[in-house]
Structures are given as structure tokens and as C-alpha cells.
Design a protein around this ligand. Sequence first.
Ligand code: 2P0
Length: 330
Amino acid sequence: SDNTNINRTQKARAHTNIALIKYWGKADEQLIIPEDNSLSLTLKDFYTDTEVRFDKDLTADEIVFNNHLMNKAESQKMINFLNIVRQKAQQNIFAHVKTQNNIPTAAGLASSASGFAALAAASSKAIGLDLSRKDLSRLARRGSGSATRSIFGGFVEWEKGNNDQTSFAKPIEENVDWDVNLVAVITNRHEKKISSRRGMKISKATSPYYQAFKQVTSRDLITMKKAISNHDFDLMGHTAEENAMKMHALTFSSDPSFTYFNGDTLKAMQLVHELRNEGINCYFTIDAGPNVKVLVQHDNLKKVIRKFKTAFGQSNVVATVPGPGIEYLN
Ligand code: 2P0
């Protein structure tokens, strides 16, 4: 086929996102169609840069992650994703992929969201597809659910849809021009033991509270959208914290039961409660790992940072603000 322009390097940057209304369960595991809509905030300082070049002389994909050449097992999810891209472009040609996580102070906040969003953007463009952001969101979804949302900046909603065509994210407020800050508290830098993929599957199959979670999540989503449109920080923070706890209740109530919390996670949650008792309005949310993210406004930011640095150490506390969607770097 005519692929004269294909042997060129395409670079893209995608930022990670933090879910304020959690995605926890799939209606379709193959296509990654979620059980419920979710809503997230894209973050400025945590991102992945990926470059892709398709090369007809290659006999397999070659993937370098943080300067380390991945073996077949490590790169299988990304190879599966590139197979989808090749199929869409009707090209049978392998790729050089170089991907770098730019997460301050090393691991702990590594994310499949920014990883697959960056890979979707770089690989689709490198192979000659010119996708709209909606179609890019649909493509990123095939790599990892949370990546669906990282195509867009600011506050983003992933509409669950009911098939490959209708399940994609939409921006709610791309340029967040009001006072929202996030402080990430790293309590453990090691990779989680139970992947989100496995954790949500166990929860959906076994937690007696799963249907209740679906009901409250649809209500929380409405409240969250109202909070965002009114720029109501306290309603946003409170709703995010409550929704996170409902998600984590699904892990505790699964069979076998499990949790992403460690002792320091609980300590960080307690510090947020203490700060609120002191009149400092801040709220936590926690993903499928032990690290805690604290939402806070500018006037209280320094106090919150000081409190967590004292408790967890200087290098384990990183502040950021809302960030942009996909960027092509060339
Ligand atoms: C989310 N989290 O909405 C949820 C809430 C964490 C808590 O990690 O199986 O890595 O690749 O679709 O996107 C979502 O898990 O799982 C996730 P897959 P993903 O961000």
C-alpha cells in the first residue's frame, strides 16, 4: 500500500488524570465499555511523552519504556494496542516506541491513563490516521479505561455509551480558570499488587454493594457536574471524597476482600480530617493504590503542603494544578 510518509517519528504528550467520580467495573471487558460514567481532572505536572515510528524493516514492535527495552511479557498490552492501530490503518508494519513517564520524584503516580493516551495519539498519527479527539478518546479506551479521559484537559466526563462507537470522553471544562489545586501524597512507590483491571472485576462479580455503588455514582455524577459548573469547591471536594470511599468500600466487601490502602494511606486521610477540623477546607481522593491526592484551594495550599511534608517527607509531597489534553510535540 501507499505509505510513503509513514516512516517518520511522531511525538505526543498526554497528562494523567485523577478520577473525581470513579470508574470501577466494565460492562464489556473486551472493548473496555464501563458500567458507569466517570469524571476526572487532568493534571499538569504528571505526564507521559511517547514517540512512535513505524518501520517496514522491523519484524516485531520494539518498545523502550523509561530507557529500558521491554521484553515481550512487559510490552504485551502495548503490542495488543498497536495491533488495533494497525488494523484501523490497514497496515502491517511494526513500530519503534519510546515512552517516558515524567512523574516528579519517580514512581508512585505512574499511570496507564497518560501512557495509553500518549500512545494512541502518537501511534495513530505516525501510521497516517488523522483522528478527531473523540475518535482518539475511543482508541485510547482500548488500551485502558482511564486513558479515554486523558485525551482532554481540565474536567472530563467519560460517557459510558454501550458500544465502541458510543463510549468516549468529552470535556466539561477544559480550561479550568478557577482555584483548584491538587497535592499528591506518595505513601508507597511500588507497583500495586492487584491491578485495577482485576480489582474491578472481582468487585463487580462479588461485592454485594455493587448495585448500590452504581446508583450512588449516578447521583454523585450529577452533584459533581453541578459543583463544577458553579465553581463550588467544597461541594466538588466533598463529593469526590465520598465517591472515592464508596469505591474503596467495594474492595473491602469483595470476595476475596482486598484494599489499596496501607497504614500511611489511613494516616493521610486522618490528616485531611484534622485539617478540616482546623477550618482548612481540603478533601482527599484515592485511586487503585495507596497514594492520596488532596484537593485544596490556593489560600490553604501552603498549610496543607507543610502538614504533609512534615508527616511524609519533603520528596513525597507534590503539588499540581489542572492540565491540558493531548499535545503533539512535532
Ligand atoms: C478511575 N481507577 O476512574 C479508576 C478509579 C482507579 C480508581 O485505575 O482495566 O487502569 O485498564 O480499564 O483505567 C481505572 O483503571 O483500568 C483506575 P483498565 P484502569 O481512574
